[in-house]
Structures are given as C-alpha cells and as structure tokens.
Ligand binder design. Structure first.
Ligand code: B16
Ligand code: MG
Length: 224
C-alpha cells in the first residue's frame, strides 16, 4: 500500500500541554481533595481522558470510593476551567521543535493530515498554535467509546481522511498511543525513548529529529 496520510497525537507530539494538565490537576487535587500529586503521577495521565485522569488521582490518594459521579464531574470541571485559563496563553511559539516544518513538508507532499487527540480542548489548542488549517480532520473524542490504547481513535483518524489503516502513519509519544496505532493496523512512529516505545515501527528521540524522508523509507520497507 502507498503512504497517503498522517494521524497525529497532540500532547507531546505537536505541543507540550502535559505541564498545563499537571499544573491544573495539582491545584484541584490539593485544594479540593488534599492530595499532592507528583510528576510520576502526571506521567500516568498522558493520553488518558479527563475523567480517567481523575480516577488515577483519586486512587493515588486512596479516595476512589469517596465521591459520587456528580462530585467527580464537578472536580473535573474545575480542573478544566483552570486548565482553560492556562492554555489560553498558548501561541505559535509553543509548537514543539521541527513540527511546523514537518507539517509543511506533509502539506507539500499532498498527504492527508488528521488529529487523534484524547483532548476535548484540542481544537482550541490548535487555534492557539495557529495550526488549524493544516488539519483535514479532527477526531472528536466525545464520540469515542474507548480511549487509548484501544484502536478506536487512530482508526477514526484514518477513516476521517477516507484512508485505509494500511495507508497511514500514526505519530505518538505515549506507550498507550503507540499501542492504539498498532492495534488499528497502522504504521507507528514513536517520539521519545526507544526502549519505552519499542512497539513502534520507527522511533525518533525527539520531535526535532522527525524526518519525512526517513518515515517514507521505513514505510516502504515495511511493505516488504
Ligand atoms: P482534556 P493527547 C491528552 O491529550 C492528554 O495527554 C491527557 O493528559 C489529557 O487528560 C487528555 O488529553 C484529555 O484532555 O481534559 O483536554 O479533554 O496526548 O491525546 O493529545
Ligand atoms: Mg501524547
């Protein structure tokens, strides 16, 4: 099959929102729950949906049975309100190194481009970054039944481009994300630690290293 499209994760691939998620969850956890989260806890929240992130934090604080659904929704809403204030500062300067050039190369190459982010704030973040126009489609995470590592989100990313899974590359920085790409039957490009992302077909240590030529070569070789 020929390579025709790219399905992007957002946080950790295009920009670093993890620090804002951390800041917002740390505040809500401390103020409302009396739980002090650590950077290690935050690592476990990457790529995880908002409500599931709250469950991880409650479990960490041994409070997983202490609240009603309505109270949990309140905590998650408070977190998102504060997070919204933080991401309002996002500008094109927050695009991770190399990614603007990479998106330009994809556009010139005539590739389809879609976004497979678990974040309901993704459209707002792309607007802040000035990147909305690069994307032919954005998966709406509210319409999904399962989060990463389930294949649903990356499968949808290809579908929205009108492409088969075998015709696209998925880009991810999280282990659960790479698992989602592979389970969808797509070619996985990992960004980060080679050992951690060993399930990816190709790994770049950082966004600055991502090369379209290297991806095209590896994709063609994988066709056998
Ligand atoms: P929201 P990604 C994910 O984005 C984040 O990594 C994760 O930390 C966050 O909880 C999730 O989005 C949901 O975000 O609260 O804005 O809907 O990595 O899938 O681009
Ligand atoms: Mg990510």
């Amino acid at each position: 099959m020929r390579l025709k499209g790219f399905v992007f994760d957002l946080d950790g691939v295009i920009t670093d929102t993890a620090r804002f998620h951390y800041q917002a969850w740390a505040k809500i956890a401390e103020d409302e729950l009396g739980i002090r989260i650590t950077p290690a806890v935050n690592e476990g929240l990457k790529g995880v949906s908002r409500m599931d992130s709250l469950e991880v934090i409650l479990k960490y604080g041994h409070q997983e049975h202490d609240y009603t659904e309505a109270q949990k929704v309140q905590f998650a809403t408070a977190k998102n309100d504060y997070y919204g204030q933080l991401i309002d500062q996002i500008s094109p300067e927050d695009i991770l190194p190399g990614m603007k050039a990479f998106l330009n190369a994809l556009r010139h190459g005539g590739y389809g481009i879609s976004l497979a982010s678990a974040s309901k704030n993704a459209p707002r973040i792309l607007t802040g970054l000035g990147l909305t126009d690069y994307f032919n489609a954005i998966v709406d995470p509210a319409t999904l039944r399962h989060g990463k590592p389930d294949p649903e989100i990356f499968a949808r990313g290809a579908e929205l481009l009108g492409l088969a899974p075998g015709e696209v590359v998925g880009l991810e920085d999280a282990v659960a994300g790479v698992q989602s790409i592979k389970a969808a039957g797509e070619f996985a490009v990992g960004i980060g630690d080679r050992q951690l992302l060993a399930q990816a077909d190709l790994v770049f240590p950082s966004t600055a290293d991502v090369s379209l030529a290297a991806i095209e070569t590896a994709f063609a070789e994988a066709q056998g």
